[in-house]
Design a protein. Structure first.
Length: 261
């Protein structure tokens, strides 16, 4: 199995959650519970970014309402526009799944699938109409013939987790969009490394980079603490770098530049 992106944020939101399910989308009697899958899909994507980690569907409803149609959910254009609004790069729609998979192999990608009412080869049913579902992880089988997406489903069918496209999605996807998590920039200090006790925007960037890659799960604090050091060690081990007390030095910097193109 080869992994290109693991989900960073464990939160899964349902459109019928009592905290926002009865809110107008865009106006009553249309509600989030009935029509809010588009809002939830964008939320599931943006919480992969640490700056939006605490957001919920309620946090973005005022922005997403402009794309909502009474009784019909969210306009398709709301997906790429929503991703762009919250800072994602290289937002694009793909006309075939192979093109999507090629893009996802670049790493750090998330996106949204629009499902129709067909059943997948294994019998999986995603919706009885049209339904937006976010994906926040991507991996393939060792031989590259099977493609897996980590989905977060806001609807009642609870199709969350890793799903193989060839068995659980094929024939069901009407449209798909992908987007890249934004680049971060890191500049080493003159001494050549960051270590415990350091603070500032560069430490913030290190934490965000490690968060986006699945090594760091804490909040972005800008403080180089024990959790940051632990994440750096995991990153070093993954790429065969010298493990140096959890300090972010020249080898980390070189590997970061390779991955952050």
């Amino acid at each position: 199995m080869k992994t290109y992106k693991k989900p960073n944020n464990k939160a899964i939101y349902r459109q019928y959650d009592s905290r926002w399910g009865n809110l107008a989308y865009p106006v009553l009697p249309s509600t989030m519970a009935k029509s809010g899958c588009g809002d939830c899909a964008i939320t599931h994507c943006i919480i992969e970014r640490p700056k939006y980690a605490r957001y919920t569907p309620k946090s973005i409803i005022e922005f997403m309402k402009k794309y909502a149609v009474k009784g019909h959910g969210t306009k398709h254009i709301g997906m790429p526009d929503g991703l762009k609004h919250y800072g994602f790069e290289y937002v694009m729609e793909h006309d075939t799944m192979p093109k999507l998979f090629k893009e996802l192999e670049k790493g750090d990608r998330v996106g949204v699938l629009l499902f129709g009412s067909n059943r997948a080869p294994d019998g999986t049913l995603w919706t009885s109409a049209g339904h937006f579902v976010a994906f926040v992880g991507y991996r393939t089988s060792a031989d590259g013939k099977k493609h897996y997406l980590y989905t977060k489903d806001s609807g009642g069918r609870l199709n969350d987790g890793w799903h193989c496209y060839e068995t659980s999605m094929k024939g069901c996807v009407r449209k798909v969009w992908s987007a890249k998590l934004p680049k971060v920039e890191i500049t080493l200090p003159k001494r050549g490394y960051f270590t415990k006790g350091d603070t500032g925007t560069n430490v913030n960037a290190i934490q965000e980079f490690l968060y986006n890659r699945g090594y760091y799960s804490g909040y972005i604090t800008g403080k180089y603490d024990a959790d940051t050091m632990k994440a750096v060690v995991a990153f070093e081990k993954k790429y065969g770098l010298k493990v140096d007390k959890g300090e972010w030095g020249k080898e980390c910097e070189a590997q970061f530049k390779k991955l952050n193109k």
